[in-house]
Design a protein around this ligand. Structure first.
Ligand code: GN1
Ligand code: MG
Length: 356
């Protein structure tokens, strides 16, 4: 792997390359250089089965990071290099390296940064502000960004993919998950509200991050957010994407793949803190229809993730990395429990948003 790192314009003698993080899609590594205790770079193998247009992918990411860096510099923000990712080009000035089989990219490691799987209300508030600011900074980007995964958060498409999986049912798994299929179906129409509002011209798409899991955010040692990472899915979407996907991970009192469903609940303190931060940061552009549907977004993401994990389980685990054979089924059950908890709290969420 050191040889791959050397294809990029790196400084220092590469001493070690070690695995990093727990992403379900790409493989990530920290790269060490001689004489430095912290890693200096982050190397990523891009999952090209999922991101089929790597050129478009890296192009989007460069546009986004350039735009944010420019904004931060203009606003005289301190320590800009720790607040936006910096990608390193290859020796022949390309945005990624293709080794004949795999696609690789390299970025600078942001030192003294921390990632978490869960947050307390205080961190949740700063996260809300940060994702709101991220959207706000990108609200005036002139460049057009392509959809790196077309229709990524389009629930109608996700439901269609589930239906196709059930029809093919290559491993005869559908019969064991009929309960979930039925429960999903019962709510399918009402959960597609976002697409419906968009068709009616009432709900815009904006540049969103589209993968706002808690662990896609770097914090400093005092709990301030440094920057948002994992920019593969930055693309036009409903603002619900960033709001809902953060809460899907942060407000869950259990793990995304918790085997014990009793561990799972939807934490309203986290919801309130995040919502407060998010609404403060997006005041300048958030439309009433977007604001009033934030509780819908909080339900939408556990719902959509259930649909995606279930489809992958039925398809025979071709999309998400799994650690054991039933992993996607366990994930399905855990996300569905979270959805039910969020559903029960919808009126409480609505009341909070109304008064915010
Ligand atoms: C994937 O790359 P990672 O692990 O941060 C997925 C998200 C899912 C998430 C579920 C490109 O995110 O959409 O919500 O897993 N990313 C892609 O944990 O599909
Ligand atoms: Mg990630």
């Amino acid at each position: 792997m050191k040889d791959i790192v050397l294809k990029f314009k790196v400084e220092g003698e590469i001493t070690d390359v070690k695995p990093l993080g727990e992403g379900l899609i790409n493989d990530t590594f920290k790269v060490y250089v001689k004489g430095e205790e912290n890693p200096k770079y982050v190397l990523q193998h891009i999952n090209n089965a999922i991101f089929q247009d790597v050129e478009l992918l890296q192009d989007n990411i460069e546009k986004v990071t350039d735009h944010i860096r420019k904004k931060l510099t203009e606003n005289k923000v301190e320590d800009v290099e720790r607040k936006v990712l910096r990608f390193i080009r290859t020796n022949d000035d390309k945005k990624f390296h293709f080794d004949g089989e795999k696609y690789w990219r390299l970025m600078v490691y942001i030192s003294d940064s921390y990632t978490y799987q869960t947050v307390n209300p205080e961190y949740s508030y700063t996260a809300g502000k940060s994702f709101g600011e991220f959207q706000s900074m990108l609200s005036d980007i002139n460049e057009t960004l392509g959809e790196t995964i077309p229709d990524f958060h389009n629930l109608e498409l996700r439901l269609k993919q589930l239906k196709e999986a059930i029809e093919k049912d290559p491993l005869n798994r559908a019969k064991d998950v009929q309960y979930y299929i039925n429960e999903i179906e019962k709510r399918a129409e009402s959960m597609c509200l976002g697409e419906q509002l968009h068709r009616e011209g009432k709900l815009p798409k904006r540049i969103c991050h589209c993968d706002t899991k808690v662990n896609n955010m770097l914090f400093d040692k005092d709990g301030n957010v440094l920057c948002v990472i994992d920019l593969d899915t930055v693309m036009p979407s409903f603002i619900f994407s960033d709001f809902g996907d953060f809460l899907r991970s942060a407000a869950n009192t259990g793990a995304e793949d918790d085997k014990n469903l009793d561990n799972i609940n939807f934490n309203m303190e986290i919801f309130k803190a995040f919502t407060k931060g998010y609404i403060e940061a997006t005041k300048s552009f958030l439309l009433p229809i977007e604001k009033e549907n934030l509780p819908y977004a909080a339900k939408l993401f556990p719902y959509m993730q259930t649909v995606r994990f279930l489809a992958d389980y039925i398809n025979g685990d071709t999309y998400y990395k799994i650690q054991y054979p039933e992993h996607n089924l366990v994930r399905t059950k855990a996300q569905w429990r979270l959805f039910e908890c969020a559903e029960q709290k919808e009126s409480e969420m609505k009341e909070f948003v109304l008064n915010s």
